[in-house]
Write a new protein. Structure first.
Length: 243
């Protein structure tokens, strides 16, 4: 991809797609070995980030976590370990769900295994599993930074549809860029997004601009012990989105 970096900057195109002839996620769908490598890499990134997200937010106030784009459910499992009443439903691409089910059947943690389920779904086109009340929480961990603003809006609108008229919350785990003088970590993640996707890392102001078009409002931003933040959202009262 680095061979196409300059062309990508000049033309506003994704270097990975310029090099391989298709977007990265489409490429992964057709290359299982690369897809598996990517999944393992994401697991390593998760381990770097730690699991402060599991204690920085009061998950005990909920009964169900709907983990959108949750891969094999590592984030959900970290939450379930600390909240024995909770159940989780992980939504992801068909081949990711198949790999996750196989992994859990072999080595899933007994304390979580009976409380986590996997279902195929597409956050872009929906429908997503519906909330069954105010004690449901939608979790999107490092999902939206891989999309451009318009796609982020579409994903959040699908979540709003799933939330319906309930008071379910939406929790994003994302890096939040400083408004000025970006640090090396933020800049490196931002470059990775540019290399492989149409996404980007965003400042809090840029995130709020996305939220304002999506029918959600930011109610809390929780700074995590490692890096990134938890952005807690709620559906704007009276706002409706049709699928």
């Amino acid at each position: 991809w680095y061979e196409a970096l300059e062309q990508g900057v000049r033309e506003g195109k994704v270097p990975f797609a310029l090099c391989h002839g298709q977007e990265m996620y489409a490429y992964m769908d057709g290359h299982p070995e690369f897809d598996a490598l990517f999944s393992r890499a994401m697991d390593e990134v998760e381990s770097l980030g730690g699991d402060s997200f599991a204690v920085a937010f009061d998950w005990s106030a909920f009964d169900r976590v709907i983990d959108v784009g949750g891969s094999k459910g590592a984030k959900s499992a970290a939450i379930l370990r600390r909240n024995l009443h909770l159940r989780a439903l992980v939504v992801d691409r068909p081949q990711v769900v198949a790999q996750a089910r196989a992994w859990w059947s072999r080595q899933g943690e007994p304390s979580c295994k009976e409380r986590i389920e996997f279902v195929e779904g597409d956050a872009l086109t929906g429908p997503l599993p519906a909330a069954d009340g105010a004690r449901a929480a939608y979790l999107l961990s490092a999902v939206l930074h891989g999309f451009d603003d318009a796609t982020c809006v579409e994903v959040l609108r699908q979540v709003v549809i799933a939330v319906g008229t309930t008071d379910a919350v939406i929790v994003l785990l994302e890096l939040v860029m400083p408004e000025h003088n970006a640090d090396l970590t933020s800049a490196s993640f931002d470059m990775q997004m540019f290399m492989g996707t149409r996404g980007r890392e965003r400042s809090l102001r840029e995130w709020e601009a996305v939220f304002s078009q999506s029918g959600v409002v930011l109610v809390e931003a929780i700074l995590l012990a490692s890096f990134g933040r938890m952005l807690v959202l709620r559906r704007v009262t009276g706002h409706s989105v049709r699928g």
